[in-house]
Design a protein around this ligand. Structure first.
Ligand SMILES: NC(=O)C1=CN([C@@H]2O[C@H](COP(=O)(O)OP(=O)(O)OC[C@H]3O[C@@H](n4cnc5c(N)ncnc54)[C@H](OP(=O)(O)O)[C@@H]3O)[C@@H](O)[C@H]2O)C=CC1
Ligand SMILES: CC(C)(CO)C(=O)C(=O)O
Length: 321
């Protein structure tokens, strides 16, 4: 199986470097300064235990790839960039190849299924950072991360087994999960705190706000009849596999939303994280004022070009009222 890593940022960069260093066939699709840096100098992977640079074949768009039946596409861009990426895959002739969504939230699989029949959800436990072109940081040891993978909307197949075998060889712990979306909803509960961490900055106390966002979400998910699997700190699979720890010379910034703001990319994923809860709340008649306030917060941070840590817990309390 050749892995096409579409979006070589924090998650895609760690996955691509891990596949390359374990001798597996991988091709990246990157853009901008990241594409230039990887072509010029390779991709540097830093973890608590290693600091290595790997050469990585990369193109700028799916149109530059001659896709074959043994290709698997790994969607590794943020949700707000996925629609354009799916369009580009269709235009490049991708049809029956498995498409794996290594993305937070629960929107990507549904969108991909409109275009492709063979769609797989992946729950990604891989705390990683991409701030500088040419370098990605994974904050976990001894494995780089944990993946749950399964067909969307349910079941598992040979592509999931092949994905798990390749990822286990690349120093991840990957598990076939016939109810993968339950696990992705569990991850969504964790990601409701992304915009909170991004606004307050790393290590700042949130005064219980993330818990409030999760409580609101749980009421909504119950009303919608959506089952959830906990993949948070209490997930027993983490013990001895996923120890989130310091990487020499790399200060953790506090999640993927904070990184978008730090890099000044002009967009964040909040509409597909807290926004998913707001949407479900509206569909099922459950109020979600705290999650709705997080959408306003994200919009304000983008509008005012604010960086992580620009706000205080008191600012956020005032926003929710
Ligand atoms: N970072 C983390 O710790 C974790 C992230 N996740 C999830 O993983 C997903 C990816 O996040 P993350 O890795 O942080 O995101 P990043 O922004 O770090 O990486 C995505 C990369 O994809 C690039 N990209 C987007 N669209 C295209 C395109 N059409 N062609 C080529 N490149 C493209 C982006 O370029 P550009 O910068 O120009 O936009 C960026 O380099 C998200 O859903 C996130 O929530 C899950 C677990 C942990
Ligand atoms: C914060 C983290 C690592 C886990 O909640 C994550 O999934 C993200 O950065 O989006």
């Amino acid at each position: 199986m050749r892995f096409i890593v579409y979006g070589v940022g924090a998650v895609g960069g760690v996955v691509a470097a891990a596949l390359a260093r374990s001798g597996q066939e991988v091709l990246g699709i990157a853009r901008g300064a990241q594409l230039e840096a990887i072509r010029a100098h390779g991709l540097r992977l830093k973890t608590p235990e290693i600091d290595e640079t790997h050469s990585l074949d990369c193109v700028g768009a799916p149109a530059e790839i001659a896709f074959g039946p043994d290709d698997a596409i790994l969607m590794c861009m943020k949700t707000q960039h996925a629609e354009a990426a799916l369009d580009a895959l269709v235009a490049a002739g991708v049809r029956d190849q498995p498409v794996f969504c290594l993305q937070n939230g629960v929107e990507n699989e549904r969108r991909a299924l409109r275009r492709f029949a063979n769609v797989h959800g992946v729950t990604v436990l891989l705390p990683s950072t991409f701030l500088e072109p040419g370098k990605v940081v994974c904050h976990a040891r001894p494995r780089f991360g944990i993946f749950d993978v399964g067909r969307y909307p349910g079941g598992t197949d040979a592509a999931d087994a092949a994905f798990c075998a390749a990822m286990n060889r690349a120093n991840f712990a990957a598990y076939p999960q016939p109810e993968v979306m339950q696990s992705k909803y569990g991850k969504l509960l964790m990601n409701l705190g992304n915009i909170v961490m991004a606004s307050l900055g790393p290590g700042a106390g949130d005064g219980g706000l993330h818990e409030r966002l999760k409580t609101e979400a749980q009421a909504v998910l119950t009303a919608a009849g959506i089952a959830v699997t906990d993949v948070g700190r209490d997930d027993p699979r983490r013990a001895g596999i996923l120890d989130v720890t310091d990487v020499p010379g790399e200060a953790p910034l506090g999640g993927s939303t904070a990184q978008s703001l730090q890099r000044g990319t002009g967009s964040v994923e909040t509409d597909f994280l807290n926004g998913e809860i707001v949407l479900l709340g509206r569909l099922h008649g459950i109020p979600t004022p705290a999650n709705a306030a997080m959408l306003d917060l994200a919009a304000r941070m983008l509008r005012e070009d604010l960086r992580p840590g620009a706000l205080t817990a008191a600012d956020l309390r005032a926003l929710i009222g």
